[in-house]
Write a protein that binds this ligand. Structure first.
Ligand code: FES
Ligand SMILES: [Fe+2]
Length: 451
């Protein structure tokens, strides 16, 4: 744990007046799991960070060298390469890797480059019995061993045992495949431990990819990522959801390699200047127009509990009887985890996973992806193929309600980039608690990349 991360006492720390997230959990109709009772607020200081992190080419180049070429990163879902010979191209910051399902069911990854004169081996995801270069025809087995050199007599210098494709470390967690471009990297287990401890109850490996949507974003990858790392912006950017979202009641927890923001649903924002009762919250959450009939909440239940009960029944067909074990909070709240540096699985029943990365070697654009994972009964359905949105296409064209919220976030992004390019202010400023996940990301960035 970095020196700068100092524990705060959850009972005495400064945060929004009024009800806390833990107070809301006390009203849950079901037993609340221990993972939601954890609190790990941190004092991460109040200093500004340099805007160069978003706008400087030099900083980007340091990031590529010290972060992207060194860190464990999610490359794909296991189910995207289910059968031996299935392969997937994973690109990061202008460098390409190929991830290959092996004959024994394992997974290997290699730099996506032929050892002859360097041509990329696999341009597309697909299925193959070998890794064959399209330029002069050198071939490798799926496990990276040299298989074939056309006109072999002309290469007396090639020794088979020295001509295997160089393998890079791979690991799997909860159905995700991670790779590390650094052959001497730290082991995966300690890297993922904070996150995996907390997801024991929420087995993302048991879900399938129902949708996978990607889009180029007009800003540095961190601007895109950080738009999803705090609920403080809801008031300014998504005012339409304040009636049923406890934005400033969010709980923020920071560990070493992961952090989370939990934002309660089915409760109204304390920032609203008028009172909301449970019926008003239901009307907002269920999008019931004025004059429309609002369902009656059973006595002793609040809006959160009632909304959870409805959703629980909606989930039962796919998730089965285990929905009865899920508490209200696990169904109605946004439990947004971040694993350093760019992997964002939501906890509990909100089966959303984001990933952010630079767009090729360009530090002023990025790629944002959203996986939607769903439970299933019986045989695992095939993973949905990636769907790329065009530059002018909206997230709402692919992801409905969630997409409409994303579109509001995206609207800000190029303006944040422009503003940071234009400002005379050297740094950017973060709040102490509500934006502490963003601050944690920047402390991690300092640790890996530098100031
Ligand atoms: S570059 Fe691959 S076979 Fe020549
Ligand atoms: Fe947002």
């Amino acid at each position: 744990m970095a020196e700068i991360f100092k524990d705060l006492d959850p009972d005495t720390m400064v945060r929004s007046p009024g009800v806390t997230y833990q107070d809301l959990l006390d009203q849950d109709t079901h037993e609340v799991p221990a993972v939601l009772r954890l609190q790990s607020p941190k004092d991460l200081g109040f200093d500004d960070f340099s805007k160069e992190r978003y706008i400087s080419r030099e900083y980007h180049e340091k990031e590529v060298k010290n972060l992207w070429m060194k860190v464990w990163q999610m490359a794909c879902r296991e189910e995207e390469i289910p059968d031996p010979g299935d392969h997937l191209r994973y690109d990061i910051a202008g460098v390409s890797f190929v991830v290959v399902r092996q004959l024994d069911g394992g997974i290997k990854a290699f730099p996506n480059a032929c050892l002859h004169r360097g041509r990329m081996l696999k341009e597309f995801d697909g299925h193959a019995s070998e890794l064959r270069c399209a330029f002069h025809g050198f071939g490798w087995e799926l496990n990276g061993c040299l298989k074939d050199v056309p006109a072999r007599w002309d290469f007396p210098q090639i020794k088979d045992e020295e001509w295997s494709l160089p393998e890079i470390p791979t690991a799997t967690w909860a159905g995700f495949v991670f790779i590390n471009p650094d052959q001497d990297c730290e082991p995966f287990e300690p890297f993922i431990k904070d996150l995996s401890d907390q997801f024991e109850r929420w087995d993302l490996g048991s879900l399938y990819v129902q949708a996978h949507v990607a889009r180029k974003m007009p800003c540095n990858w961190k601007i895109a990522q950080e738009a999803f790392c705090e609920a403080y912006h809801v008031n300014g950017t998504h005012p339409q959801i304040l009636r049923s979202l406890g934005d400033v009641n969010s709980q923020v927890d920071v560990w070493d390699n992961c952090a989370r923001v939990i934002t309660p649903g089915g409760t109204s924002s304390p920032l609203l200047e008028y009172d909301m009762n449970d019926e008003d919250i239901l009307r907002a959450m269920m999008d019931i127009p004025v004059g429309g009939e609002v369902p009656t909440i059973p006595p002793g239940m609040n809006a959160r509990g009632f909304l959870a009960a409805i959703s629980r029944e909606g989930l039962r067909a796919d998730a089965g009887e285990r929905v009865d074990e899920y508490c209200d909070a696990e169904i109605v709240d946004s439990i947004d985890y971040t694993q350093w540096p760019n992997f964002h699985p939501w906890g509990a029943f909100n089966k959303i996973v984001y990933r952010f990365r630079p767009n090729g070697d360009d530090h002023r654009t990025s790629i944002m992806e959203c996986y939607q994972l769903m439970p299933f009964q019986g045989e695992r359905p095939p993973a949905a193929p990636i769907h790329w949105l065009g530059d002018d296409e909206k997230w709402s064209s692919a992801l409905g309600f969630l997409g409409r919220v994303f579109d509001q976030d995206v609207f800000n992004m190029p303006k944040v980039q422009w503003g940071l390019e234009s400002t005379y202010k050297k740094g950017f400023t973060l709040s102490g608690y509500q934006e502490s996940k963003v601050r944690w990301l920047h402390h991690k960035l300092t640790e890996w990349v530098g100031e």
